[in-house]
Design a binder for this molecule. Structure first.
Ligand SMILES: Nc1ncnc2c1ncn2[C@@H]1O[C@H](COP(=O)(O)OP(=O)(O)OP(=O)(O)O)[C@@H](O)[C@H]1O
Ligand SMILES: [Mg+2]
Length: 281
């Protein structure tokens, strides 16, 4: 089977190449890592990793436990400083001193725990840390409710009541609210750390639809996942990490789901294991 055959994609087909920039030249990726390494003492968690996130694309980062996925997103989101290599935003080298610098550059990270406050209403959570206040410091509640409902609707979620506590939403809905929040507050890149890991089929589908919706709005998405099937539904590019190194970097059209699954499962290692476990049976 060739790449894409028999596999429906969420939100349309492969992206066309990036539109030319204002000056006619190609648009640089929103964010890019060039030959980034990250060591913790003598341990190299990332080795010579390059990754670019163009606007309006989904880059999936796959890899087994300990492969370096979280280290990679922590580097992109300003939590870790590279030991060597460069980070570029809009083609210009930058140095993130902390998460604030990454957020200011338009890079939003939706962590697995979502940092949401369960008892807080959806609209309070949506505006958490960025509340709209009147001149006397009073919260502009009605406006925040309206904006929250509108932002969610724009992303295709119709929540009957934005006053319900976030904790009462499904895991998938919570992810979606977090994505809508990042988009609303101007993120140009949204990094999602295993958003479908704890979800069933239906809820995973909902989250993946939002990944596709964010891409359609021109956002660059970085999707961390263990699941090659999920990756293949929305990914434009796939990066597979193994012990901190990039072992596969392929565009959607250049890799099949079977290849991706096999690589993800350890390829040759799985063959050897099969021989061992099947021996004598
Ligand atoms: N702050 C740290 N100090 C020391 N070692 C670290 C640190 N953070 C990560 N590591 C090591 O770097 C390696 C990569 O870890 P990382 O968390 O990036 O993996 P991962 O791909 O996210 O794994 P998982 O799928 O389990 O989340 C691991 O061996 C880990 O022990
Ligand atoms: Mg991790």
């Amino acid at each position: 089977m060739t790449a894409g055959e028999g596999t429906a994609r969420v939100g349309g087909t492969t992206r066309p190449p990036a539109a030319p920039g204002a000056g006619g030249g190609p648009v640089p990726p929103v964010v890019e890592l060039r030959s980034v390494s990250k060591s913790f003492g003598r341990y190299d968690a990332l080795r010579d990793v390059s990754l670019s996130v163009p606007a309006g694309t989904v880059t999936c980062v796959l890899g087994d436990n300990g492969a370096g996925k979280s280290t990679l997103i922590r580097t992109l989101s300003g939590l870790h400083r590279p030991t060597s290599g460069e980070i570029l935003v809009d083609g210009e080298p930058v140095r993130f001193r902390g998460p604030r610098d990454a957020i200011d550059a338009g890079i939003a990270t939706v962590h697995q725990d979502l940092a949401v406050v369960g008892q807080m209403s959806v609209w309070r959570n949506f505006f958490l840390g960025q509340e709209l206040t009147g001149r006397t410091g009073t919260l502009r509640q009605r406006e925040m409710r309206r904006v929250t409902a509108g932002a969610l609707r724009e992303m295709g979620i119709d929540l009957a009541d934005v006053d319900v506590p976030v904790g009462s939403l499904s895991g998938g809905q919570r992810q979606v609210v977090a994505i809508a929040r990042a988009v609303h507050f101007g993120a140009r890149v949204v990094i999602l750390d295993e958003p479908t890991a704890a979800l069933g089929v239906k809820q995973s589908g909902m989250v993946l639809r939002f990944v596709a919706a964010a891409r359609e709005r021109g956002i660059g998405v970085v999707l961390i996942t263990h699941n090659p099937h999920h990756a293949y539904l929305v990914g434009d590019r796939f990066l597979l990490l193994n012990m901190g190194r990039v072992v596969l970097d392929a565009a959607y059209g250049d890799v099949s789901l079977e290849q991706l699954t096999l690589e993800m499962a350890g390829g040759g290692e799985l063959d050897a294991l099969s021989h061992e476990l099947r021996a004598g049976r």
